[in-house]
Design a protein around this ligand. Structure first.
Ligand code: F6R
Length: 608
């Protein structure tokens, strides 16, 4: 999604703004721009495409000024052209915006009727025009800001400069996050703390409905009721060094290879391996009391929830209902106080997940959240936060966040099982021992299978459709594999429950269709083998991801068999996820796509 930065500095800010925007690249964008204020004049440079294009423009025609705002745009209203790129100007006012102004066409029509001349297709331009018309009618910039925020509807983070206010940046938040960074004699604004990490780690987050005036020395915040408020100042955990690619070609590759380490950190937070017990699971979720659990999440985080559901139901005998958050929020499902809700989100800012959280909160449910960004809105609005310790995830396609979400779900399911008395101590210890082995096995598997996955990716890259099949948690991995492949390589892929094959998708199978079957030798193995027979009988090209005993038990012809170690079923999703991620990654590299910032996608989806 769009990224916002702003700076009031003591040196020329344009290059620093671009530097900060680079740290927001991971969110996804299709154009960018910066504006500065110097000697009473606002000026801007904007460019379609990557930030390198903006940098070239600034090289040819530098911008002066020690105060400025910048933006990476992810198009919602109007094509990703230079003209639609932010900042938008109107009569000495510059605006950058993240989110959607829902009533923009109504406001634009009113302003047009009064003679305003719009030059872009964006919703954002109405904010610049509205502010300008209010100032023209005699309001001061703060008054115009307050009045504008009362008139616009929707989700937004805004940063605004007025030509008449050379020492102030105005900003506002209603939905998408906005962080203000404190320096010494300089101040910063950013969509997140990562953008500001080279400049400061002292951060104040605006809350929904807040607007603020940022000066060289600090900030004044006003809440939605018009009262001056203080918001806590915290030290962000994100450091400059963490947003480096290291020796890897892409962030996604780096993040795949970080998994053994981050799974280990996350597990160690929740499990005391020396005592073989769960720790750091606050009592707030009332696992022993509740009758069922609701889970809402989007995309890959939703798949984490599906596997979490399996574990909660199997080990804790706790019924779980799970839905994608965009459906959950509108289902109007009856909720009772005998239930609790868990939302899952890497960014902690996903609009639909946040709306689901608020729906459950309004119905009196206790809310737990599994989040990676601890300062995020979802974390702040939850009763109990279960952090994943994945570190910043920069690649748009989620990898290490998913494995850490699974690690948290595993620990929570065991904690719930203990609270509900559904798991004998020796069974609990077997599960914990299995989890303790996951980081080591993951590391070994990544190293062992990489050459095979590179080779296989060449084959997959020749196809336009791919089918993934699995049962149980491997059905979820089949869907995750298909999602990863389509989002970064743009090859069409579907993930199906293997048992559903003959209810429709089997019609697609011929000698051209690669079918990736994920089937360790588990409780479903024989059933999945029958489905593989059905594929083989129709000439489908089977790629078989299994374990040693599964490979030994299978005598069907396969195009390739990827053999992983035999592992306990609790950690199987953490291990079988790895070939699925590597296959998508190498196929995308082979296809030459923009792996870390695939087209049309955003890292933090703050609009519904
Ligand atoms: C897929 C992917 C997305 C996210 C989804 C939810 O690789 O990254 O499907 O999982 O947009 O995002 P978060 O977890 O930030 O709520």
């Amino acid at each position: 999604m769009c990224g916002i930065v702003g700076m009031i500095g003591t040196q020329p800010v344009a290059p620093l703004l671009v530097d900060a925007l680079k740290r927001l690249e991971y969110r996804g964008y299709d154009s960018a721009g910066v504006a500065t204020l110097s000697n009473g004049q606002l000026d801007r440079r904007r460019a379609e495409g990557k930030l390198a294009n903006l940098e070239n423009q600034l090289l040819l025609s530098p911008l002066e000024g020690e105060i400025g705002i910048g933006h990476t745009r992810w198009a919602t209203h109007g094509a990703p052209t230079q003209n639609n790129a932010h900042p938008h100007f109107c009569d000495g006012i510059a605006v950058v915006h993240n989110g959607i102004i829902e009533n923009f066409s109504e406001i634009r029509d009113q302003l047009k009727a009064r003679g305003a001349d719009f030059s872009t297709e964006t919703d954002t331009e109405v904010v610049a025009h509205l502010l300008a018309s209010l100032v023209k009618n005699g309001m001061t910039p703060p008054e115009a800001m307050r009045a504008t925020l009362n008139l616009i509807r929707g989700a937004y983070a805004l940063a605004v400069m007025f030509r008449s206010e050379p020492d102030r940046i105005f900003c506002a938040r209603n939905g998408p996050p906005l962080a203000v960074g404190h320096g010494s004699g300089e101040m910063f604004v950013g969509s997140d703390a990562i953008a500001l990490s080279p400049f400061t780690d002292e951060i104040t987050y605006l809350e929904d409905g807040d607007w603020a005036v940022v000066t060289h020395d600090g900030l004044e915040i006003t809440n939605s009721e018009g009262a001056a408020v203080e918001r806590p100042r915290s030290r962000a955990a994100t450091t400059h060094a963490q947003v480096d690619k290291g020796n890897h070609k892409h962030f996604m590759e780096k993040e795949i290879y970080e998994q053994p380490e981050v799974i280990s950190h996350t597990l160690a937070h929740y499990i005391d391996f020396s005592a073989a017990t769960i720790r750091n699971v606050p009592a707030g979720m009332d696992f022993e009391r509740i009758h069922s659990l609701k889970i809402a999440a989007c995309g890959t985080a939703y798949f984490a929830g599906m596997i979490g559901k399996t574990w909660f139901e199997r080990y804790a005998r706790l019924p779980v209902e799970i839905d994608v958050a965009s459906e959950f929020r509108y289902r109007e499902m009856p909720l009772s106080e005998n239930e609790a809700a868990l939302v899952v989100s890497q960014s902690g800012e996903t609009a639909d997940t946040l709306a689901s959280l608020r729906y459950c909160h309004d119905h009196g449910l206790k809310i737990g959240s599994i989040v990676n960004v601890r300062e995020s809105t979802i974390a702040r609005e939850s009763d109990v936060v279960f952090p994943t310790l994945a570190g910043p995830e920069i690649g748009v396609a989620s990898t290490k966040a998913l494995s850490c979400q699974l690690a948290v779900f595993a620990a929570l399911a065991i904690a719930a099982a203990r609270a509900r008395g559904t798991l004998a101590t020796d069974e609990e210890q077997i599960l914990i021992r299995a989890l303790s082995e996951a980081p080591r096995i993951a590391g070994e598997v990544l190293n062992e299978i990489e050459p095979q996955m590179v080779e296989l990716s060449r084959e997959i890259a020749r196809h336009t459709h791919v089918l993934y099949l699995g049962r149980g948690t491997n059905f979820t991995l089949a869907m995750e594999g298909a999602l990863k492949l389509k989002e970064i390589s743009y090859i069409h892929a579907e993930g199906y429950a293997a048992g559903e094959l003959k209810h429709g998708p089997i019609a697609l199978i011929d000698e051209h269709m690669p079918v990736i079957v994920i089937a360790p030798n588990d409780r479903y193995f024989e059933k999945t083998m029958s489905n593989m027979q059905e594929v083989a009988a129709r000439g489908g090209r089977i790629i078989f991801i299994t374990d040693r005993s599964g490979a030994a038990a299978c005598d069907l012809p396969t195009l390739q068999t990827i053999i992983l170690p035999d592992v306990h079923e609790m950690i199987a999703p953490l291990i079988f996820l790895l070939p699925v991620q590597l296959l998508a990654y190498h196929t995308a590299v082979f296809m030459g796509t923009d792996v870390d910032q695939p087209r049309n996608l955003a890292k933090s989806v703050t609009v519904e």
